[in-house]
Design a protein around this ligand. Structure first.
Ligand code: BGC
Length: 813
């Protein structure tokens, strides 16, 4: 095989991905921050920061899809004689003697060396702080004394990232800053309705600064060669309007072997209305001073960093597997869980593919993200469930998205996606099973955030189920509404206007016969969960009512949703089949195979096995399973956005990684461990890392939303990394169905489904107030637990009952 070029490798011991060549095939990024203050950072220090909401509270500016790509970030320029360079290679792109970027758990460390100087920057957001720390260490490794000129650089965003990109007739006149010692304050719009400001500080005396972009860069220069830096002369500019920036200038002399730390701090502050100013027009900086004082020495910063590392130690100790297979262990123990935290925090709002201005928190997305996160920090999951449910409408429908800053439903994105309500059950059940906290069901939760409209969360679950039952079509299958999980299957939309969004344009509900088999399966899965929950809390009549609805749905699927070899996908507006052998194109779709096999509909009649076999036969390819097959080759007015994509991309026969796990879980429930594993390994980043260094392009340490499918021009090319439901679904699949450790109301259910080749493995699982060390002996079996021994005593069935304390469990298959 041809030797692939490599850009990096895993370092499991430090839980890092180490990038050794700055010219990755695409910016490979990381996320900083765990709550409130967040940053995106690429392997060349590009990216930006924001407070809570990437749209409404953007702190630093970023230009998406620019030339060059990934332009703008936190840059350090080092001028050593005539050579100007950056530790992260960009933007100067001066060839470095050494380059390394280590992306770790909520931190990134970038190191560059040039002409005997090493510059290493540690970037992180300390726990509970609204600030990004950039600890720069300069070291003289040469044998002569070096006099360097150091320039820092950040560019302010005028807060609202959307208007920042377009309303220049206003923007160029509003920018305001203040400079005080080594701190540059950004206070645009503070004079009027904003009570927040940002600052950029360094814990050293500065010999100059700049705050006006054009003065610093020069109108005809670039980030790669800012005039002030090239000439080694700051201008001490004070921005009035135009584009405010923050740049410190520091002269540093280092003897041979000497090293020096500089702590740069990018902070965000909110003031009370009455305490905004310390003098007319002058911001009250008390809180900034206090924040700076907490992080103004190497010792304080190192301590904050140690706390962050301990925080991650604790989080990643909750579920730990030891299989002896490094590729599996590193994904389960590190990167998959890490990605789950990131998707929990950002939903689909801010990545290098999501601009931060288009989308907020998805109703469906965020509920799904919970299954990947709930074991990590249950109280935050609890709050999220309440926030999501608070955007629901009294009839069970909901806004498709809400803004994280305001927690209000986003009207621009609309609603009417008929799968949305079911996901609330999915998320809530996962939370209760993890925590045993049934009290969440009694929380009073409003509709559409309207005070006075509160009902219990349980009532929200009930109306969610009812929303499906109240919206059935002619085959007694769920009406799809604007779309189901597949945002792009727009069966009631009918658009010929290229300026219309498929997602928000007309949604003809009058007379529609468009029904979804995906929602049918989802309803059966979440309906069974709902029934079990009702029984658990003594609501037997309600359980009975819903059981009947679930049974009826199963019958409807068997009768009207089976195509002979697989489950149909949908019926269109006119009641014609979609995803059927009778269709010219897109004869089979993955979503309904996934959900109906997870729901085990018709398993007794062989439907599940046939459906799974069809997935292998028609959907599987080298890089995973495609969404539909064959791809649509033309736009179909009745189907909407799905057919707008060229063949093999996105929802038109791309490998939408998010839905592969559904089929894998179907395989697991059917006991087909070999097949489950082979599907899983195909989209497991560590398994395809080498092959994908160049083909895949995007980060090899996380899943991406889509890999180009077999019909694409370039199969195997990845896109839309990081913010995807794939993270939570991969986690749910491997932790609960493959490795088989499944939280349940009364304990942990153990039911692995493995490839025949699996050898003994151990899972350490913290669960509520207990800690289990579970060793599984597969003995070549794909499925079927023969015996469980808990603390030396055999247990009946497959659930180890919950009890406080440390336990050992031996499982024989
Ligand atoms: C959205 C999901 C959706 C998926 C498939 C993603 O971009 O965030 O909500 O289910 O696309 O259309």
């Amino acid at each position: 095989m041809e030797q692939q070029k490599r850009y990096g490798h895993f370092d499991d011991q430090h839980r890092e991905y180490v990038i050794t060549d700055p010219q990755t095939p695409w910016p490979w990024i990381n996320y900083l921050g765990n709550e409130d203050f967040f940053s995106l950072i690429s392997n060349t220090a590009g990216g930006y920061s924001f407070y809570k909401d990437a749209k409404f509270r953007r702190i630093t500016r970023y230009r998406y899809n620019n030339v060059p790509m990934d332009n703008g970030g936190r840059y350090f320029y080092i001028k050593d004689g005539d050579t100007v360079w950056n530790p992260g290679w960009k933007p100067c792109k001066t060839p470095l003697d050494f380059y390394e970027c280590r992306h770790g758990m909520s931190y990134t460390r970038i190191t560059g060396k040039k002409n005997g100087i090493e510059a290493s920057v540690l970037f992180f957001v300390p726990l509970k702080k609204w600030a990004e720390v950039q600890k720069l260490t300069l070291k003289n490794e040469s044998s002569e004394t070096k006099s360097l000129k150091l320039f820092s650089f950040e560019e302010w965003c005028l807060w609202n990232a959307a208007t920042d990109m377009e309303n220049f007739q206003r923007n160029f006149s509003t920018g305001e800053v203040e400079i005080e010692g080594s701190t540059i304050y950004h206070k645009t719009e503070y004079r009027e309705r904003r009570n927040h400001y940002a600052f950029y500080h360094v814990n050293a005396e500065i010999q100059g600064f700049d705050t006006d972009r054009e003065t610093f860069v020069g109108l005809y220069n670039e980030f790669a060669d800012p005039q002030a830096v090239m000439e080694g002369k700051p201008r001490n500019s004070h921005a009035h309007g135009w584009s405010p920036i923050a740049s410190h200038y520091i002269e540093v002399t280092l003897k041979p072997g000497e090293s020096r730390d500089f702590v740069f701090l990018l902070g965000y502050i909110e003031n009370e209305q009455e305490k905004k100013f310390s003098a007319p027009q002058v911001i009250n900086k008390e809180k900034a001073h206090a924040l700076i004082a907490e992080l103004d020495t190497t010792e304080k910063v190192d301590k904050a960093f140690a706390e962050l590392c301990e925080y991650w130690d604790a989080l990643l100790n909750i579920y730990k597997v030891k299989t002896g297979n490094d590729k599996l262990d590193r994904m389960v123990n590190i990167w998959n869980q890490y990605q789950c935290m990131v998707t929990f925090n950002f939903s689909r709002s801010a990545s290098f593919f999501e601009s931060g201005v288009g989308r907020g928190m998805g109703f469906r997305d965020s509920n799904q993200d919970l299954v990947g996160f709930v074991h990590q920090i249950p109280p935050r999951a609890r709050q999220r469930i309440i926030d999501i449910a608070s955007t629901q409408f009294p009839d069970g429908g909901c806004y498709h998205q809400y803004q994280p800053l305001t927690k209000r439903g986003n009207n621009d994105i609309g609603g009417g996606f008929n799968d949305d309500p079911c996901w609330l059950i999915f998320g809530t059940v996962a939370y209760i099973k993890e925590t045993g906290d049934f009290s969440i069901l009694d929380e009073m939760v409003p509709f559409d955030n309207q005070p006075g409209s509160e009902v219990t969360l349980f009532e929200h679950l009930k109306i969610s189920m009812n929303h499906v039952i109240n919206n059935l079509g002619p085959h007694m299958l769920p009406l799809i509404g604007r779309a189901d999980w597949n945002d792009c299957l727009n069966l009631n939309c009918f658009s010929w206007d290229p300026n219309e969004s498929f997602q928000t344009t007309e949604n003809v509900s009058e007379g529609t016969k468009a029904e979804s088999l995906m929602i049918a399966g989802l309803f059966v899965v979440t309906g069974k969960d709902y029934v079990a929950l009702c029984r658990k809390i003594g609501k037997d009549a309600e359980a009975e009512r819903m059981q009947q609805a679930v049974d009826a749905m199963i019958e409807a699927v068997k009768k009207h949703g089976w195509d002979g070899e697989w489950y149909l996908r949908a019926y269109d507006f006119y009641g014609r089949k979609i995803g059927s052998n009778e269709c010219d194109e897109a004869k089979i779709f993955i979503e309904s195979q996934g959900w109906c096999t997870m729901a085990e509909i018709g398993a007794e009649d062989g439907l599940v096995a046939k459906s799974l076999d069809s997935c292998k036969k028609y959907l599987e390819c080298e890089h995973g399973m495609v969404l539909n097959n064959p791809a649509f080759s033309k736009y179909i007015y009745e189907y909407g956005e799905i057919s707008s994509y060229p063949e093999g991309y996105k929802e038109n026969a791309g490998i939408f990684c998010h839905n592969n796990p559904w089929v894998i879980i179907g395989e697991c429930l059917a006991g087909r461990g070999n097949d489950a594993w082979s599907h899983y390994a195909k989209i497991l980043p560590s398994y395809v890392e080498e092959k994908y260094q160049t083909l895949h392009k995007v980060e090899p340490y996380v899943n991406c939303q889509m890999v180009a499918g077999k019909d694409a021009f370039k199969p195997g090319e990845g896109k839309n990394s990081w913010l995807t439901g794939t993270a939570a679904w991969m986690w749910y699949t491997v932790s609960e169905f493959i490795l088989g450790i499944k939280p349940d109301y009364d304990g942990i259910r153990i039911d692995p489904c493995l490839p025949e080749t699996a050898t003994d493995y151990t899972v350490n699982r913290k669960f509520r107030e207990a800690e289990y060390e579970i060793t599984i002996h597969p003995n070549g079996a794909q499925k079927g637990v023969k015996q469980i021994v808990l603390d030396g005593k055999p247990v009946d069935g497959t659930v180890i009952p919950y009890s406080v304390g440390k336990h050992t469990v031996e499982v024989t298959m």
